[in-house]
Design a protein around this ligand. Sequence first.
Ligand code: NAD
Ligand code: WQD
Length: 336
Amino acid sequence: MSLLVTGGTGYIGSHTVVELIEKGHEVVIVDNLSNSSTRVLSRIEALTGVFPTFIQADICDAKAMSDVFSQHDIEAVIHFAGLKAVGESNEIPLSYYQNNVSGSITLFEIMAKFNVKKLVFSSSATVYGENNISPLDESMATSATNPYGQTKLMIENILMDLAKSDTKWSIACLRYFNPIGAHASGTMGENPNGIPNNLLPYVAQVAVGRLAQLNVFGDDYDTPDGTGVRDYIHVVDLALGHIKAVEALNDLQGCQPINLGTGNGTSVLEIVKSFKAISGKDIPYAIVPRRVGDIATVFANADKALTLLNWKAVRDLNTMIEDTWRWQSQNPNGFE
Ligand code: NAD
Ligand code: WQD
């Protein structure tokens, strides 16, 4: 299949591009490089033997996106492009609505114009809000607690309406839980700008000596050890979920929300303990107050992905941490 991958030089996008190329799909990447670098393209080539077609463009730029569709024969789109930092979204909400929501509408309008109506969209478990009890399943009510989450929910709702308005659309909204890990080669992984917001890149940078200590946000949650529990999923399993989704689009009805998670929960202190054992490095940490907006426990019911996509996550937590550590220790400054 010939695919447009927006945000394809980013963390999840780049891992998905490798798996797509390895399965024989043709890929065109569009990315504005706001949170990634073209350095990843040669890493993709080293792994797959193919230097992917790359266009530096913004999904908000209707003319540039129209040119992409007129110059390339696109059958389906995997749409990763977006801003993703929850804290930052509280500070600059308009940028988040503009980039994520307006940008997505521009992309969908151009897809419609070129009669490309197959789409896989990067949604998030954040759309389950804070009132549902895990395991979270796709029938549960959705809500958002911050502008980033609102953008994901709004885009999902737009896609539901779009699919209702025109039955030719076939859409998978993949709700990721907590993606971590890196390519097993150690040549590609997450490369956050500045101080990481998320747990795993933070722990990895403590282990490699770039950061002094981890702050554990609260140890008084109603969980086995008092720290937050999340459903960590290997980025390569996630990438393979996208391939199953894109290949299933012909058979999907309308717009389907689908969880991509493992169904298992792991606490912050369990992550620290495993990272320490696998890396052989000390991970100094301090318990600090809870982070505003965090909830105790989030994990998926992943049954729908198995039923609809014949997909389930197979990489365990040790593999996730081993691959994170291989990437971080071999590339202490990311792609630089
Ligand atoms: P990322 O920042 O590494 O990748 C996103 C890519 O999109 C970046 O390369 C960035 O430069 C690009 N981009 C942003 N705005 C753009 C625009 N207007 N035009 C073109 N390119 C643009 O993030 P990621 O972790 O790979 O996440 C990919 C998608 O998955 C995002 O939509 C994110 O919201 C979603 N998601 C991520 C997580 C997570 O924890 N990583 C969890 C759930 C959902
Ligand atoms: C995991 C656990 C923290 C950092 C976020 C987004 C979500 C989705 C995935 C995009 C929590 C604890 C963290 C630290 C800590 N992204 N923690 N010290 O919050 O589950 O989800 O990323 O859609 O929308 O909200 O992930 O990695 O930030 O936190 O103690 O320095 O680690 O409290 O329990 P989160 P996270």
